[in-house]
Design a protein around this ligand. Structure first.
Ligand code: FES
Ligand SMILES: [Fe+2]
Length: 440
């Protein structure tokens, strides 16, 4: 056969394939339309009832039942581990085999850290929290103030947070019912008239803002170096829900993401609605994709920094959903993200709490005005889908202490020098922190 014939034959084959593809997609479309027509014709009432209840459900989730979305340590970033009987073991193997890098900064910077959401700590409630290499007991007295104390009773070492009771503003040990007052001093011992002097538990400075109880952690034992006013949004707007992730990384990696401007269009470009754009980039034109520009800068006070982000959602070259975000970083572990969208404002409160030297609990809590509740509820999920893309990288990366910086990375360098203010002479090293049995 001549070459010309071969080429013609090849072209015919290709044309046939294209025709087949066209026919099959046409057929699929036709079948879908027929199904829809059939359902609409014969189940019209059921269809409208379904839409009605879906609408009611969305309203219910938006206004009365805040959305909750959570991902554990092994759930994000392990798609490369094949399915099968031993998948869990293989994930653990991947986690254990990971190299975290060298010269990691101390794992617990100085600052305010979120311990428990206010709504989860009722009057008389007690919550046990293990974080920052400490075992803490958080309780709310009858004066409605949340307090944070060391969990261990000085008598025989029972954990006050496990079975302890709140009496007035005191915490009572579950083992022999010794009571400790607001200042940590022992105020009562059953069957003992005079309490010996000098028996006390350690108390920690705490504050309750942004719908959360925070503890002040300082390696030098200093009182809080800054305080934070409650935000207007958390006081006046409605709470729409939260998403939370456990992340296997050093705490510094999380806020560094905001200064890493270049990653935005690499990691967060594909539509949050579906990951299909990664595999078939041409679909991004139809489904839409995100376009970001951002600027990180130090704030007016030492412990503050801010990021200005401009976001576009592009479909066929049109920006269909522009959003501007102003991000305020307050210390090492507290962020307020204020969204200005065509459908109204929204605010996310982010907190990062090291529950082990290299395990962070990251929580995002969403607030919006009442009229904007549906968008707020959706934001809980939309933000979670975008954040999961960062988590997949954090859960597998290693820390690089001296990166090769290019021009776009200059804010990463500035960020690292800014963040170093939260470490101090007595900051526990990673090596020492890893000796702590809290690490697992
Ligand atoms: S251990 Fe707490 S009262 Fe005895
Ligand atoms: Fe990111």
């Amino acid at each position: 056969m001549a070459i010309k014939d071969l080429i013609e034959n090849e072209n015919n084959c290709q044309n046939t394939k294209v025709n087949e593809l066209y026919l099959s997609s046409h057929l699929t479309y036709g079948v879908l339309c027929s199904i829809f027509e059939f359902v609409f014709k014969h189940f019209k009432v059921a269809f409208f009832v379904f839409i009605f209840f879906l609408f009611i459900y969305i309203l219910y989730k938006s206004y009365w039942s805040p959305v909750f979305y959570a991902k554990e340590l092994s759930e994000v970033g392990f798609n490369h581990i094949p399915k099968g009987k031993d998948r869990c073991l293989n994930i653990i193997r991947a986690q254990k085999g990971r190299r975290f890098g060298s010269k990691l900064p101390p794992p617990y910077p100085n600052g305010w850290f979120a311990l428990v959401e206010s709504r989860d700590l009722v009057v008389g409630g007690v919550v046990a929290i293990d974080a920052l290499g400490l075992n803490l007991c958080v309780y709310r007295g009858e004066d409605e103030t949340a307090r944070v104390v060391d969990a261990y009773c000085p008598h025989l070492g029972a954990n006050l947070a496990i079975g302890g009771n709140v009496c007035g503003n005191c915490i009572e040990c579950p083992f022999h019912q010794w009571k400790f007052g607001e200042d940590g001093q022992c105020v009562s011992i059953p069957h003992t008239e005079t309490v010996p002097k000098g028996i006390s538990i350690k108390t920690y400075p705490s504050m309750e803002i942004d719908g959360t109880v925070w503890v002040w952690y300082d390696a030098e034992g200093r009182p809080p170096l800054w305080t934070v006013e409650d935000s207007d949004e958390t006081k006046n707007w409605g709470y729409r829900g939260r998403n939370e992730f456990l992340v296997n990384a050093h705490i510094q990696e999380i806020p560094e993401n905001g200064a890493d401007v270049a990653h935005l269009n690499a990691v967060h470009n594909v539509s949050l609605l579906t990951d299909v754009g990664y595999k078939y980039p041409f679909l991004n034109n139809i489904i839409g994709c995100h376009n970001w520009s951002a600027e990180w800068s130090k704030g007016e006070m030492d412990h503050l920094a801010q990021i200005k982000i401009a976001h576009q959602y592009i479909i066929m070259k049109f920006d269909v959903f522009p959003i501007n975000v102003t991000v305020h970083q307050i210390g090492p572990a507290h962020v307020r993200l204020r969204f200005h969208s065509p459908l109204g404002p929204m605010t996310i409160i982010q907190s990062v709490t090291p529950i082990a030297p290299l395990v962070q609990k990251v929580v995002h809590r969403v607030y919006t005005p009442r009229y904007n509740a549906i968008l707020g509820a959706a934001l809980v999920l939309m933000e979670a889908y975008q954040f999961a893309r960062d988590v997949a990288i954090w859960n597998n990366k290693r820390y690089v202490s001296s990166p090769v910086y290019v021009k776009n990375d200059k804010t990463i360098r500035t960020f690292r020098s800014w963040f170093s203010q939260f470490y101090s002479e007595q900051s526990v090293s990673l090596k020492d922190a890893l000796q702590n049995p809290l690490d697992w």
